[in-house]
Design a protein. Structure first.
Length: 205
């Protein structure tokens, strides 16, 4: 990262509240980053509307519009690359990016997961935590690798599980923590830089 604001490309699949938190943070020049594009794997989602409202360019790459997962991955990679991101943020992006994507943006893709890794990877983190009966769960920001929610951990926040929680109430409480974690950590990555040493992610130069 350099002294200019870091260029963020954010990928979303749904409501985009994590994206909104980043857009709001980026409105302050002192934050050190700006969202240069927002991409999605589907149309008609609130996340894209949030980007458009903020005047940020958007694009959609649907897997079903391509002849193979590899072609989709290539198109997604090329489109994201055209925006010259310093950091790619997967914020509720419900697809696994492929090998070409990871190769092109090696070590510069982060994802937020609504569980405390390495517990409860995959699509149903809050439901799995509730079903297991843990008393504390949370969220994890990690550098994406080829696995499912297995990458080196940048930040985590703990969230209590309440006795009367439903999957929805628990996920909403996690998302509050998740947005704070995402904004705080991506800002620090942008302003201070970061490096990955084995499984450890170190902020600062
Ligand atoms: C987040 O909890 C994310 O970790 C999960 O889906 C949620 C997305 O929320 N994969 P939003 O679209 O940012 O509101």
């Amino acid at each position: 990262m350099t002294d200019r604001p870091a260029r963020l490309v954010v990928l979303v699949s749904g409501s985009g509240t994590n994206l909104q938190a980043l857009l709001d943070a980026c409105a302050d020049p002192a934050y050190g980053a700006r969202v240069v594009a927002v991409g999605a794997d589907r149309d008609d989602i609130e996340g894209l509307v949030r980007a458009e409202r903020a005047g940020v360019p958007t694009f959609v790459k649907q897997v079903g519009h391509f002849t193979s997962r590899e072609h989709w991955d290539r198109a997604l990679t090329d489109t994201v690359a055209a925006f010259e991101p310093d950091l790619v943020v997967l914020a509720g992006f419900m697809k696994l990016v492929g090998a070409q994507f990871l190769e092109r943006f090696d070590g510069r893709v982060v994802n937020t997961h609504p569980a405390l890794s390495p517990s409860f990877p995959g699509m149903h983190g809050p439901a799995d935590a509730l079903a297991y009966g843990v008393k504390v769960t949370g969220c994890t920001l990690f550098v994406v690798d080829a696995g499912v929610d297995t990458g080196a951990i940048v930040a985590q926040r703990a969230v209590p599980v309440e006795d009367d929680d439903t999957v929805e109430s628990l996920h909403e409480r996690i998302k509050v923590a998740e947005r704070g974690m995402l904004v705080d950590t991506v800002g620090r990555m942008a302003r201070e830089g970061f490096r990955v040493e084995g499984r450890r992610v170190l902020l600062g130069r």
